[in-house]
Design a protein around this ligand. Sequence first.
Ligand SMILES: [Zn+2]
Length: 460
Amino acid sequence: MSNKLIQIYFPEEGDGIDLIFSYLGLSYKRIGKINSLKKSNIFICQEDKFKENAPHIKRFIESGGNILLIPRSIKKIKNRDYLHKNILIKRNRVYLLRYNIFEIFEILSKDEKGLFNSGKFKRRFPIDSLLYDIAISFQGALFKLDKIQFFKWFWPRDLESAIILSHDVDTANELNDGIPKFRKLEKRMRYNSVWFFRPGDRYEIYPSMLKQMIKEGCEIGLHAINDAYKNKKILTAQKHFIENKMGEKIKGVRNHCLVREVLTTQRVEKDSGFLYESNIPDTDNCVPNYENRGCTFFYPYNLNGVTIFPLTLHDWCFVSGNKFPDKKSMKMYLQKLKYINSKNGLMTSLFHAADYMSGGKRLWMYEKFLNKIPKMKNMWVDLPSNIYLWNKRRNSIKFNVNINEEGIKIEFINGVCTLAMPVSLDNQIKRNISFSYRNKNLLFKIKKIDRYVLFCFKKC
Ligand SMILES: [Zn+2]
């Protein structure tokens, strides 16, 4: 029985490892030098680094340490089923992952064109679980090295998943005709949403309108245009334009046509004072220049200091050019809603209040979609700025795990979880576990554990 420190030797930030650990709610430590490895823990490194530092690593293994080794080349992935099988080759205390997580994440976060248009990395639509599958496989790998893992529950309290309702306002028609229709529907069903406005190139924005929407409980964001995605001066000017109209600060941005240069765009957004953005779809089948790209992830994650809410339901991908019959689109909307709910993910929907949606025959689709939300298992509907705050809080909660004969003591360093719930336990294991609080710290007593146990902290 143990809980081992996960140490990673991969000095560059932005390699995607944050993304997977944020999903898993696990903590880890990046180390800059291999000779500073702490004994008896878990160490993750790339194959070539392993060779370079062989004497240190040998000593580490001899001290009881375990190694997860990442192969150099992604070419080892034959197909996706491979992720599930044979994830590890056990060689004493060294486990070789059968895929290069660093490289996969690097590619995913760079979102490069071309790579995803053909062959094995073509995104599936409307659901692609590639990154989710990798995260789960990776969790499985960690379990092989340490039977007990702790993680933070995804959402506050007993909530199972979350949803953000968003709209881009692209035309004067949407402003004058679409917004009133959409808001009427949302108000009747008691939903509030975030509206991304363009900086004055296509329609005039009336401050009274924005203020009224905020008063009703909506959030206003920027729908950035032109070169704003790569130029701080332009992006800041567009942000100020909207802020001057609404009389308060803007927190989030989505670029027109999802135009982006992943990492550069987030750096520019951060420098311009944005907290979150929603430019990266999980999977995309039609946005010009970006089709078949996306992060295949449906959890919030951070890139270059900005929180990403992956766009998971984009009406344009379904209804533009009548790509799918409305009934089929509707079926896929609900299928995806259900899927993300079942995986404890975050759904971010984008319905344009445009002619083809509200003025025409399709407002019923949004209504039907909204109608289904209460039927999902404990789905949290909120504004992106609130989900941003929660995500920040979840990431900041840190805890130490001490294991001795008394039991397992969980010490919260930053933030406190008021209830811990062991999950993935059958009744027999549950009978062997009890937990209590001492000075806000949790004490687990475990009589016997002979299989893998995943603890999670709920009700944070
Ligand atoms: Zn747009």
